[in-house]
Design a protein around this ligand. Structure first.
Ligand code: SAJ
Length: 400
């Protein structure tokens, strides 16, 4: 099939590569000219294990090419960002833009799939747009094309493996669309494909990430409750998890990344009753300030220097999107100034607007060490060697 993938980011590019490997003729579309040129040269603009080899091969054997505008295809996949507006509402402008860009190319029999994480009702809204602009694609009010939502569910760092092996949920605007989308995913997915309607598919993705956020909030709340008591929260969670039906997640410096800290707001924006989901978001966001306050309380002399360790949004990756460590460092710099606040992340070459010190140098130059994510390099440190330092370990680096 000829497949047009709209958006060549963290999910769209690996998806294009996997589709090309499965034998489809793939056109990747992106509004960024540099991205298009990079892909056409057989290179990549994002890091993801094994992606470079796959893209190079797909481009060389002419199964994948990139362009700035879509072309007539059998399948269109929308994989563009759906960011959060400053009012914490989903911003659908990129989805709307690509929908308008494919409208002239749609035919009777075309399959259009929305993969971007979207608020409930988004796929039906696309149907309305098509109805208004392309009435020729309807017969007695019935669409003669196929339209479905199939949320992406991949974990950054393991995208290629998960794109193929994860189970998928597909939800069409009607039964025919669901079946058509299922048939398409079966050409490259080994996991199970579960069929539902488009509203449920949209909500499933939001709920998966909200579930995780609520559970992390529980762990974060516990860590704040246990602080200043003779209770080590890590030991506590470990003990509670011995119960056969309890599985508490890990507290940390806050929740980062582009999914878990964002998607639950899509539910809150549409539902005034989602008190628990909203509160969980607030607890996880507040953890950042809590860490900052703890660091401020630890300072007893103006000569002391503080260092934040771990500037990515989680351990052992190089992605800094919404990283709590960066926010903590920025707040501490506001309070103490650039000279007294240092940063260290062995996974990053540089950190935007912050100086990144090598691990040994960072330790020897600071008095108060704040660990924000448990990178393996930090776990290898011997706490005995740090006995002259004040350690704020909010992510369990030194726990079993
Ligand atoms: N975190 C904790 N405690 C924990 C687990 C995570 O504080 O016990 C923090 C992490 O440090 C990080 C944040 O939560 O800051 C998110 O990390 P994550 O590993 O839970 O999730 P992401 O954002 O890397 O990827 C998630 C995945 N969703 C789930 O695991 C439910 C992935 O499957 C989704 O496809 C992806 O979001 C997405 O695109 O929505």
């Amino acid at each position: 099939m000829k497949v047009c993938v709209l958006g060549l980011g963290y999910v769209g590019l690996p998806t294009s590569a996997v589709l090309a490997r499965a034998g489809h003729d793939v056109l990747g579309v992106d509004i960024n000219k540099n991205v298009v040129n990079t892909i056409n040269a057989g290179d990549i603009h994002i890091y993801e294990p094994d992606l470079d080899v796959l893209i190079k091969k797909s481009v060389e054997c002419k199964k994948l090419r990139a362009a700035m505008v879509p072309e007539e295809s059998d399948v269109y996949l929308i994989v563009v960002p759906t960011p959060l507006s400053k009012h914490k509402e989903p911003d659908m402008k990129y989805v709307n833009q690509v929908v308008y860009s494919v409208l002239p190319h749609l035919n009777k029999g075309s399959l259009l799939i929305l993969e971007s994480t979207s608020p409930v009702g988004s796929t039906k809204n696309i149907l309305e747009t098509i109805k208004n602009c392309r009435p020729d694609l309807f017969n007695n009010g019935k669409p003669e094309f196929y339209l479905a939502h199939c949320p992406e569910r991949v974990l950054p760092g393991n995208v290629i493996v998960e794109l193929i092996n994860n189970d998928r949920v597909v939800g069409g605007i009607n039964k025919e669309s669901t079946l058509k989308a299922e048939e398409f995913y079966k050409t490259f997915v080994k996991g199970e494909i579960y069929k539902t309607n488009s509203d449920t598919a949209e909500m499933a993705k939001l709920v998966e990430n909200a579930f995780r956020d609520v559970n992390i909030a529980f762990a974060n709340e516990l860590s704040m409750i246990c602080d200043n008591r003779d209770i080590n929260v890590w030991e506590l969670i470990n003990l509670a998890n011995k119960h056969p039906r309890v599985n508490i997640l890990n507290p940390g410096a806050g929740v980062g990344g582009h999914c878990i800290a964002v998607d639950p707001w899509f539910i809150v924006a549409q539902n005034k009753n989602s008190t628990l989901i909203k509160t969980a978001r607030e607890i996880n966001d507040s953890k950042i300030q809590w860490v900052v306050d703890k660091a401020i309380q630890a300072v007893s002399q103006t000569s002391q220097k503080l260092c934040c360790f771990g500037m990515t949004y989680k351990q052992d990756i190089d992605d800094t999107r919404e990283a709590p460590g960066i926010k903590i460092a920025q707040k501490l710099i506001e309070k103490f100034g650039n000279d007294r606040v240092l940063c260290c992340d062995p996974n990053l070459d540089s950190i935007k607007n912050l100086e990144n010190l090598e691990l040994g140098e960072a330790i020897s130059n600071s008095d108060i060490l704040i660990f924000c994510v448990p990178h393996k390099e930090f776990k290898n440190l011997d706490i005995e060697d740090l006995s002259d330092k004040i350690i704020i370990d909010v992510c369990g680096v030194f726990e079993e």
